[in-house]
Structures are given as C-alpha cells and as structure tokens.
Design a binder for this molecule. Structure first.
Ligand code: GTP
Ligand code: MG
Length: 427
C-alpha cells in the first residue's frame, strides 16, 4: 500500500547519571573525589534515503527511541554515549510538529538529515564539585531526560511532470503509454486512488519522471471527490501536464473542464496556479477533423494552444514527450532532482528554550516555578545527600533566585518547583 502520511513519536536517549566516588589508594586513606560523568543520550535523527519510497514502515511502528547514556564510573570514568537512532525516511519527506503543524524539516535531498530529538546531557560526577571549602563533595547530577517529540511525516513525491485533469480524462492511460508503469485504467471516475510515478524515457540517455494523481472535480479544494489531498504531490513538479478530454465523451464541455481544473489548482495554492502547463487535448481518436478544429478554435480564443493526442492509439504521444522535455530544459532544474553528494552535515531543529540566559520565577497556584538556562543544571542535582541540598541552596542564593522569590512574595514554607525537584522555601 502507498502510505504518504504518518504520525510518530521520537524519543532521544536520557543522559547517564554522574557518580559519587572517592579514590582508594594504598597508604592514602582519604583519596579525592573521582566519580565520573554520565554519557550523553543518543539523538534521534531523520535521514532521507532514495532506497525507500513510502512511509509504510511507520504505519505500525510509532515509537522510536535512541539509546540512553551510560552512568559515570569510578576513577573519572565517563559513561558511554548512547547510540544515535538514525531513522530512514524517503526523499521528499516533510517533518512537522504534530501539535502545532510547525515545519521542522524538509528532507528533499538524498542523504539530508536532521536531529529532531537531541540526547540528554550526562550528569556530572562528584569530581566536578570539589572546592576549597568542600574537599570531599557528596554531590552529583542525574542525566538530563531525553526529549520526546510527536511529529507528522508527509511524503511529497518528487517528479518532474505532474499529470492532472478530471477523472476519466485518460491520465493513467497516458502514463502507461509513456512509461513502464501499469496503473489501473477503467471507464469510471476515481479509478486511480493513489499517485503513480513513472519514468519516461526521451531517448537512450535522457528521461523524466511523471506522476499521475487521482482526478480532480469542481470543489475538490473543499473536499469533493477525493479532494485535494493529492495535490501536494504535484506541488513540487516542475511542469504540469493538464490533460483534457476534448472528445466530450463524458458529456462535459472541454473548455469548462479546463477552467474548472485551473481554478481548483488556484484554490489549493498559488504555487500550483503559477506552475507552467502543457495543455493536452486527449481522445482525438473519438473525434472527426471538424470537431477537433472547432475545439482548437475555442481554446485558441482564450489564448490556449493545446497539444492533441490519443493516449489509446498513441497518436501525438511521442511529440508530447519531446515537447515536455523541451519545456523542462527551459525550466530551472530544481535541486531536488539532483542526486547530490550525500549531505553529512546534520542540521538540528532549534526550539526556543526558556527566555534569557538566566532564570524566571512564576507563581502558579500554590507554588513558585523557577525556570531558565541558569537553573536547568541545578534541577538535575541528586538531592539524596545533605551536601547536594546545601550546594543547591548556595547556588540559588548566588544566582539571586531567593531574592527573586522574596520579591515575588514567597513566604517560608511555600513550595518551589525546579525542574522535577520540589522543595520548601526557607528564607
Ligand atoms: N477512446 C479513448 N479512450 C481513452 C483515451 N484515453 C483514455 N481513454 C479511456 O478513458 C477511460 C478512463 O481512462 P483512465 O486512464 O483510467 O482515466 P484517468 O484520468 O486516469 O481517470 P481517474 O483515475 O479516474 O482519474 C478508460 O476507459 C480509457 O480506456 C483515448 O485517448 N481515447
Ligand atoms: Mg487514473
């Protein structure tokens, strides 16, 4: 089955915890602190590959998690870094934040990759907390939790030419004539339910990719028929092949059909409305010379010169292929179609953190919330040791958090939340 949308949850690894440990040496009973740091958690990376072309693998597997970092060891030994999880997606995958719809990445080239969930930092071991006043600190940090992101993947197929038109116009018939693709063809509307890609060869060495999408009808942009769900697949094509059944075999007027499709394209996106078109009149085998001339004249009156073909007999089809190829040559080659060198550089999705470089205090019902870069680290202190509690108090005092709490009207005994920690305010 062709799957072009998926909703998945990506979770990076959590950082390993720091360790409290002291050096043991013969003849030196009181060694210094040597607890190592936890390792970083693994990132979750989405990477575009041309080896797959559907999002099928995400239909049943929703949760993807990278490895956690290892805990710190004695003798300053750092925990091992968690392995990154590299998730392959087809080229043309667009990644959006599920909740907000915000665009996170557009993986249009093979090899392109992006870090969606960054691994948690490892916690520091007690060797970092030694000071003149604290020779044997029993202080350590826990690893930062991994990030969890629900994202929506959308696949936009990459093709040079998009074939569009009413149902039954003969789009699939044409694709089967010009490529080795054999889509289903039938004399009823909406035969095609999912996009079909076909490679069209112009000569021995050159070719282009065409995509046949389900037919459009008037009101498709409001959801009529199969709606405009598939139009996104031709948004990225460079050229539209607008196929019109000019024989009137469906009892409709070809000129009207042509205009209806154009207004549907326009209603969907200005990008589609402005895309260059080759207008093609199909089913000329059902018409006599006179009827064909008549229709040509009517189109010409609105400034449109269509290319006459019969997708069934093949009349005019070869010329059409050359015509499309010539048009494509004139258009800027969009880099999406260039199999570029795999891009090894990783882009990271940046999300705004708590504002400023320091901290903010907010009152929330019964408690005060302290957030900000300056205090994130502190929120990871393992408070099971009195040393750590003391250290936390010193640091909060030093940063001015206590002063800010006082200013905000905190009283002795009020609850203060710092990350996942909660403690009582004692001025
Ligand atoms: N006589 C004649 N019939 C054609 C021609 N092209 C297509 N047809 C017929 O028109 C009918 C519809 O063709 P399809 O290729 O399935 O049309 P489509 O545009 O893909 O239709 P949907 O997938 O439903 O949107 C079939 O019965 C085809 O045999 C043509 O050039 N001449
Ligand atoms: Mg079809």
């Amino acid at each position: 089955m062709f799957i072009d949308e998926a909703k998945i949850c990506l979770v990076s690894g959590r950082g390993g915890d720091g360790l409290i440990c002291f050096r043991r040496e013969k003849y030196r009973p009181k060694g210094g602190p040597d607890g190592g740091d936890g390792g970083r958690g693994g990132d979750v990376v989405l990477k575009a590959t041309s080896r797959i072309n559907t999002l099928l693998s995400f239909a049943h597997k929703i949760h993807w998690k990278a490895e956690n970092g290892g805990h710190g060891g004695s003798n300053h030994k750092r925990g091992h870094a968690g392995n990154d999880l590299v998730v392959n997606v087809p080229v043309g995958t667009v990644v959006k934040e599920l909740r907000t719809g915000e665009l996170l990445a557009d993986l249009a080239r093979p090899g392109q990759q992006v870090v969606i969930a960054q691994g948690g930092e490892g916690g520091r071991g007690n060797s970092h907390f030694k000071s003149s006043t604290r020779q044997a600190p029993r202080i350590r940090e826990k690893g930062a939790p991994g990030e969890e992101h629900w994202v929506k993947l959308e696949l936009k197929l990459l093709a040079d030419v998009g074939i569009t038109g009413f149902p039954n116009a003969g789009k699939s018939t044409l694709l089967s004539k010009i490529s080795s693709k054999r889509p289903k063809i039938a004399p009823y509307p909406f035969t095609t339910l999912e996009p079909n890609l076909g490679v069209v060869s112009v000569d021995e060495y050159t070719g282009f990719v065409a995509v046949d999408i389900p037919g459009l009808i008037e009101g498709a942009h409001t959801g009529r028929g199969l709606g405009d769900r598939f139009l996104k697949h031709i948004e990225r094509t460079r050229l539209l092949l607008h196929l019109v059944d000019i024989s009137g075999s469906e009892g409709r007027d070809p000129l009207e059909d042509y205009q209806v499709i154009n207004s549907e394209l326009k209603a969907f996106s200005p990008l589609l409305a402005e895309k260059p078109q080759v207008v093609v009149g199909n089913k000329i085998d059902l018409m006599d010379e006179e009827a064909l001339n008549e229709t040509c004249k009517r189109f010409r009156a609105i400034g449109v010169e269509f290319h006459p073909i019969s997708a069934v007999t093949g009349q005019g089809v070869r010329e059409l292929i050359y015509r499309c190829y010539e048009e494509l040559k004139k258009l800027p080659s969009s880099e999406e179609f260039v199999e570029s060198e795999p891009e090894r550089r990783r882009r990271r999705v940046y999300r705004p953190g708590a504002p400023g470089t320091d901290f903010i205090v907010e009152q929330e019902e019964e408690r005060f919330l302290v957030r900000g870069q300056a205090v994130t680290r502190l929120s990871r202190l393992a408070l099971e040791e009195p040393d750590a509690v003391e250290y936390l108090q010193e640091q909060l005092e030093r940063l001015g958090v206590f002063a800010e709490l006082r200013r905000k009207g905190a009283h002795a005994g009020d609850r203060v939340a710092l990350g996942t920690q909660e403690f009582e305010y004692q001025p």
